[in-house]
Design a protein around this ligand. Structure first.
Ligand code: 6R9
Length: 657
């Protein structure tokens, strides 16, 4: 495991000492503005979470709030509910004309308005179609789609009939898709001909066809015509969404599900092996996302227009584009494409046109906007924005302040929210009507979340100390297990500090005020533009190339650029390590995992630094990549190779333009 230098990072962060109190007018109107919520939640966490669960509509109420047989925990046992009923039916009945999504396609001028009534009808029709295709309660359905309204509808239709969905990000390769389908043994795949991204068509059906050559469990494919391009249709297997869904009956009764029934599985990178299927269940997950979404984003469903600019293929989209906002009956923007299409002000023009009041995005996007300059946001009226959020990686104080100033007009509080695919919902975060903000800090655990920072042995470090973030008590939206692998669940999250203490894999510092400063991963998981990729996955993809003998990958951290992938590759003998080969390797990795996993820099080397037991010393390679003094090299078998690699790095690695 590679340990980061916790103290060095925190020094840089703590240079930023400005604090931002909640503006009075914001606090006055905030959904949550009484700080006693923290106390009452910590006095009786079960009662607090039960009060949050009561905001949902239950067909049958639970008898037990929490059953905790560490490391397994269950919430709201005996309770019955349906996620689609909570997200759609209740609002379709009470506010049918309220907009659920303002959908905006990437090609300019393409837009659709979907009200809660529209969404209800679509979800019911689709649920009936899925049943016709043979999907039953307890089955898994894979979803591989662009950001179109049919995507949330597909997720909700699965939830409605009690099938778990497994959404695979549209930027992932055919191979990634087939691996995920096979792991969960999905019965049906819902996809589209393609989608638009930066003016290009992303050919989803083509990738899906390739994936489906090795997925024996898939019986049927339901395909949305989005781009209308000519695609291959397999007779007897492929069904066109646009032909069958509009014709289907709009009557469908939501299946009563047990609170602990699986709602979905979503794959995320681990340190070793294939991505793990994170399992979320119905009652706890929905409680967590709806509670946090209302309190942290201060949602006023009657008036707010909320935009979470993530992709639904990641957990942020699951929780804060689909389940959280819909459970709260909120109006959201759903945008299909890239921020720089047709120009670099696309987001700002969307915000101006739809009077967006809350924006939630990743620090990497903010840093990109900073690079593009303030002219783009300044061309637009962004005065509708009243609250901003970030997620996915640590935000450098400079980017935080820029966001608050140039996007939030100096008025809007910024909520830096820490959480993971595993936690399902935000776990460390400000409450914008209560918390004094410090740029760069995610501040405090959400009410009902018990977080701490501990040393190697698991002892609390106390205020002023640094170490590992841990969660000492389960909360409702936490993962239940890794799909089909309870042992890996225990091994990954509880081996380090015992069954009672969840270890998320992040380094953290507690300041004198008890604020949490997240420092990034302490394991071999990289965070590339807010997306989790493990060094192991990229290494496996590289050595999968016929001309690669060996490869090591590290994440290169830069406080301003974020994290990028640095690869060190030993070609097989007779193969030239030149720019052409580097380009070929990047394409290869794109093909195996997806574009996001392409190494940014590649250094070719005859050998990799290894310990006597043959372990690659990634820690030293990270020192090279980050141009630092080399750490301890005494355990190295082949120390001289490091000097060679350093010299090569100084001459310049092969970098992506
Ligand atoms: C929601 C999401 C989780 C990892 C997590 C951590 C990093 C997320 C952060 C943050 C610092 C924040 N992370 N939010 N680090 N500050 N506000 O991103 O889920 O894709 O599973 O990634 O992302 O390292 O462990 P996921």
């Amino acid at each position: 495991m590679v340990e980061r230098d916790v103290d060095k990072t925190i020094e840089a962060l703590l240079e930023e000492r400005r604090i931002f109190k909640p503006p009075e007018d914001f606090a006055d109107q905030a959904n949550v503005n009484d700080a006693s919520v923290y106390e009452s939640a910590s006095d009786d966490p079960d009662a607090w979470w039960a009060s949050q669960a009561e905001r949902l509509d239950w067909f049958e109420k639970w008898d037990t709030v929490l059953e905790w047989t560490a490391p397994h925990h269950k919430w709201f046992l005996g309770g019955k509910l349906n996620a689609a009923h909570n997200c759609v039916d209740r609002h379709a009945a009470s506010v049918p004309d309220r907009v659920a999504y303002h959908w905006i396609g990437e090609p300019e001028g393409e837009a659709r308005t979907i009200t809660y009534r529209d969404l209800f009808e679509e979800v019911c029709k689709l649920a009936n179609v899925l049943v016709d295709l043979g999907v039953r309660k307890g089955d898994r359905v894979a979803i591989y789609m662009p950001m179109i309204p049919e995507l949330p509808a597909a997720m909700l239709a699965c939830a409605r009939i009690g099938a778990a969905h497994s959404v695979v990000f549209g930027g992932f390769s055919a191979e990634s898709l087939s691996d995920r389908i096979n792991d969960a043994e999905c019965k049906v795949l819902i996809t589209a001909d393609g989608g638009y991204r930066r003016g290009q068509v992303v050919e989803l059906k083509k990738a899906a066809d390739e994936a489906l050559q090795k997925t024996p469990s898939i019986e049927k494919v339901l395909m949305v015509r989005r781009t209308m391009d000519d695609v291959n249709i397999v007779e007897g297997r492929d069904v066109i969404y646009n032909d069958v869904v509009p014709q289907a009956s709009a009557e469908h009764g939501a299946e009563p599900m047990d609170s602990e029934d699986m709602l979905y599985v979503l794959y995320t990178s681990g340190t070793t092996g294939k991505p793990k299927g994170i399992v979320h269940t119905t009652g706890g997950y929905l409680t967590g996302v709806s509670s946090t979404h209302r309190a942290i984003f201060d949602i006023k469903p009657e008036t707010d227009v909320y935009w979470c600019a993530a992709d639904i293929g990641w957990v942020t989209g699951h929780s804060y584009i689909v389940y959280g906002p819909l459970a709260n009956g909120c109006t959201s923007v759903l945008y299909e494409g890239a921020p720089d299409w047709p120009d670099k002000d696309r987001w700002w023009s969307i915000i101006e046109e739809h009077r967006v009041s809350i924006l939630y995005c990743a620090p990497t996007a903010i840093r990109t906007f900073m690079k593009w300059g303030t002219d783009y946001p300044e061309k637009h009226d962004l005065s509708s924005l009243r609250l901003l959020g970030t997620v996915g990686e640590p935000i450098n104080p400079e980017a935080w302040v820029w966001y608050q100033e140039f996007i939030g007009g100096g008025r809007a509080p910024v909520v830096d929210t820490w959480w993971q695919t595993e936690t399902g919902a935000i776990a460390i975060t400000p409450l914008p009507g209560i918390t004094t903000l410090k740029p760069g800090s995610a501040t405090k655990p959400y009410p009902g979340v018990v977080a701490d920072v501990v040393d190697e042995k698991g002892n609390s470090v106390g205020r002023g100390g640094g170490g590992y973030l841990v969660l000492r008590r389960p909360f409702p939206s936490m993962l239940r297990t890794i799909f089909g692998d309870d042992e890996r669940y225990r091994e990954t999250y509880f081996a380090r500090f015992g069954d009672e203490v969840y270890f998320p894999g992040d380094g953290c510092k507690l300041d004198e005020d008890g604020y949490f400063w997240l420092l990034g991963r302490v394991d071999d998981v990289m965070n590339i533009a807010g997306h989790r990729i493990s060094t192991y996955e990229v290494e496996s993809a590289l050595v999968d190339h016929k001309s690669v003998a060996e490869a090591a990958v590290v994440g290169r951290q830069d406080p301003r650029e974020g994290e990028t992938i640095a690869a060190f590759v030993t070609p097989k003998s007779g193969v030239e390590g030149d720019d052409g080969f580097a380009k070929e390797l990047r394409e290869h990795v794109s093909g195996v995992i997806g574009k996001i996993a392409r190494p940014h820099s590649i250094i070719f080397t005859d050998d990799l630094p290894k310990t006597r037991s043959g372990k690659i010393m990634r820690r030293l390679l990270r020192d090279v990549a980050e141009e630092r003094e080399l750490g301890d090299v005494t355990t190295l078998l082949n120390a001289p190779i490091l000097e060679e690699i350093k010299a090569k790095a100084a001459r310049g690695a092969s970098k992506e333009e």
